[in-house]
Design a protein around this ligand. Structure first.
Ligand SMILES: [Mg+2]
Length: 121
């Protein structure tokens, strides 16, 4: 199979404002509990897609000549990552984007420190 066409990073078709409004509408329309259930469901689908990709032997971008099955599994995994990304953005709105950001930055600093201690192979 032909390799997937890797296009340059595409610009968002939606402004950040539009994206925020859309995600807020989803929370209002379906409610917090339903959207939290969707977070769980999408995370479970992502776990399943990661396992399928692992069984295919790796996570490399499908090279030209990669099997159709490999390319489809890769595409399905990317799709699940996108689903989780959408749900995490909603979870940030439901919880507190600022509180999550504080933890996020603290954890990045911890990772940085850990990697500083770890000699590069
Ligand atoms: Mg999904």
């Amino acid at each position: 199979m032909e390799g997937l066409e890797r296009s340059p990073a595409t610009a968002n078709t939606m402004s950040e404002e539009e994206e925020t409004q859309l995600l807020a509408r989803a929370i209002i329309e379906w409610g917090v509990h339903s959207q939290v259930d969707m977070v769980i469901e999408e995370c479970a689908e992502l776990i399943q897609a990661i396992n399928k990709m692992k069984r295919m032997g790796g996570f490399d971008y499908p090279a030209e000549g990669a099997s159709v099955k490999y390319a489809l599994t890769y595409t399905a995994l990317c799709s699940e990552v996108a689903d989780v990304k959408i749900m995490i953005k909603q979870l940030e709105m439901i919880l507190s984007k600022e509180a999550i950001q504080i933890s996020y930055e603290r954890k990045l600093e911890r990772l940085k420190a850990l990697l500083t201690q770890t000699p590069t192979p």
